[in-house]
Design a protein around this ligand. Structure first.
Ligand SMILES: [Cu+2]
Length: 139
């Protein structure tokens, strides 16, 4: 417990210096764990809620299992979305731009149909790609 508090306060300290605090502060960000449990994606859609048939962005921060940030210096992030029940993806390829504060900004996302989407975060590190995914209803 003390160790967790220590990590948390260290994180807060480093967050203040790098300006990352807004993304990790619950409940601002939504969270999704990777399928293998090795990292967590904190994400904030802009605007929120995600609009139908309109471009939107997602601010993203990734923390490993010990709550240490995984930054664009450590890994490459891809963001994609699809409607599995319809067998299609987006009509646009999202651009994921590394930010100086160690986060990412995904741009050019567009949900062109209402209904059940899946949002995919693929983190590639040391030649291995691992996925976090979350359901998303757009109406
Ligand atoms: Cu569809």
């Amino acid at each position: 417990m003390i160790r967790l508090l220590l990590i948390a306060s260290l994180l807060l300290l480093s967050a203040c210096h790098s300006g990352m605090n807004t993304l990790v502060a619950s409940p601002v960000a939504r969270t999704v764990a990777s399928n293998d449990g090795s990292f967590t994606v904190y994400w904030v859609p802009k605007p929120d809620p995600i609009p139908l048939n309109q471009f939107f962005q997602i601010e993203i921060q990734v923390l490993d299992i010990a709550a240490n940030p995984i930054t664009p210096e450590d890994a490459t992030l891809k963001v994609d979305a699809g409607m599995p029940q319809h067998g299609h993806g987006m009509n646009h390829v999202a651009r994921v731009v590394p930010q100086e504060d160690g986060t990412w900004l995904a741009e050019g996302l567009l949900m062109h149909m209402p209904g059940d989407w899946q949002l995919y975060f693929d983190l590639e590190q040391d030649g291995v790609s691992r996925r976090a995914q979350t359901p998303l209803v757009v109406d």
